[in-house]
Design a protein around this ligand. Sequence first.
Ligand SMILES: [Mg+2]
Length: 194
Amino acid sequence: MDDKVIIFLDADGVVNNHDILFTLPDKLSEKFNAQERHPPLSPIAVGYLNKLCLDNPNIRIVFSSTWRTSPQDEITACFKNAHKRLCAASKVRNIPYAIQFDDTTPESWRTPINPDFSAPRGLEIDKWLEIYASQDQKYIIIDDDSDFFAWHMPCFIQTHGFNGITLDDYFNLCDLLKTLEPTLQLRLDLKPRS
Ligand SMILES: [Mg+2]
């Protein structure tokens, strides 16, 4: 059995920075937003995710956000920039960076791209599992939306769209990791074990 734990990770409302945007006057908010190709990620939300990955080195991230049409190195740079901001703000320079995308194949770092993004995200996650995962793959979904199916709910952590990952969410993620069971037996695409 693969002991890897996949985290299907959304961006908007999960790891990006609404706090700074809403505290700046509009024009300055635009300026802040224009620093990177994507809205800057939250050092706090990325910090919680990084801590989770540091303490659980078997975690691999699969990006489920609409941002996933961008190249992987561009997305990785967004996470690393947020990590640098956390190091700068906390004046602790040597916080290890531990967020790793899944590298089973060059495309497995993200869920399959549905060109019009009209399908429920749960379908895209099931598609990824069908392509890349064994039936006993453990996974967690972190998203501020809830377009998932009943079989995803035991491993779903819903963030508040304005806050992203908070301390409460981080504790819930830690608890979930301790008790996580594969939920694929409920998947519609279940195939007989070989
Ligand atoms: Mg979102």
